[in-house]
Ligand binder design. Structure first.
Ligand code: PGA
Length: 247
């Protein structure tokens, strides 16, 4: 299985800035080692320009999508539209969406289903808050968040990827320690195997929250870490190159 390095640009970068960043990154596909894949998640407005200049083989994804395909839903963007402009993946359930935009499991479940129907690979973000961690609720929280994944009979690992992002480590400069990552990723792995049988072993589980150039080597080698989802550090050219290449 290829490990994934995913860049979540959040609400940063105009079209011009996005083009400049990709230009400065200048990652020729042939230079990416065969055991990893790179994916970029710009804001909606920059997706189209990015799709025109990304080298084939570096994947494009959106940070969110509607739970409807089409219709009177002002301000929404459908998975059909994302597919049409060259997106291969979509991030769903990021904690910023759950917390700031009140996305609950029932909305998220609809989004996941429709995105999969449209042929997008879904990266579902899950993770506990600090209070939940302090109350020993990690297992319960993760299992509940995973419970909305649909039954899929074939090629699950091509369609679904999980990003474990402890809420307390996102954009805070804190990073989960090895022990915490091992614990959470093993809960997730076991739950995926329970649901999907042996294929559950091949579903990628990314770690996200405070990934940087100086911790990528340690994080990426942890058991059941199949890639990373990077926010802040993905928008700095030198740092992001190190995160892609230096391990
Ligand atoms: P961070 O964000 O790398 O800035 O902590 C990660 C994310 O929110 O996906």
């Amino acid at each position: 299985m290829k490990k994934m390095v995913a860049a979540n640009w959040k609400m940063h970068k105009t079209c011009t800035e996005a083009q400049q960043l990709l230009h400065d990154l200048d990652i020729p596909l042939r230079s990416i080692p065969g055991d990893r894949e790179v994916a970029i998640f710009p804001p909606f407005t920059a997706l189209f320009v990015c799709s025109k200049i990304l080298p084939t083989g570096i994947y494009l994804g959106a940070q969110n999508c509607s739970y409807k395909k089409e219709g009177p839903f002002t301000g929404e963007v459908s998975p059909t539209m994302l597919k049409d402009i060259g997106c291969h993946k979509v991030l769903l359930g990021h904690s910023e969406r759950r917390i700031l935009f009140h996305e609950n499991n029932s909305i998220l479940q609809k989004k996941i289903n429709i995105a999969l129907e449209e042929g997008l690979e879904v990266i579902m973000c899950i993770g506990e808050t600090l209070v939940e961690r302090e109350n020993d609720q990690i297992y319960t929280v993760l299992i509940q968040q995973l419970s909305i994944l649909p039954e899929i009979l074939t090629n699950v690992s091509q369609q679904i990827c999980i990003a474990y992002e402890p809420v307390w480590a996102i954009g805070t400069g804190k990073v989960a320690g090895q022990k915490e990552i091992i614990e959470a990723h093993s809960i997730i792995r076991n739950s995926l195997i329970d649901k999907y049988g042996l294929e559950g072993k091949d579903i990628r589980i990314l770690y996200g929250g405070g990934v940087k150039a100086n911790n990528i080597k340690d994080i990426i080698k942890i058991e059941n870490v199949d890639g990373v989802l990077v926010g802040n550090a993905s928008m700095n050219v030198e740092t992001f190159k190190k995160i892609i290449f230096d391990w």
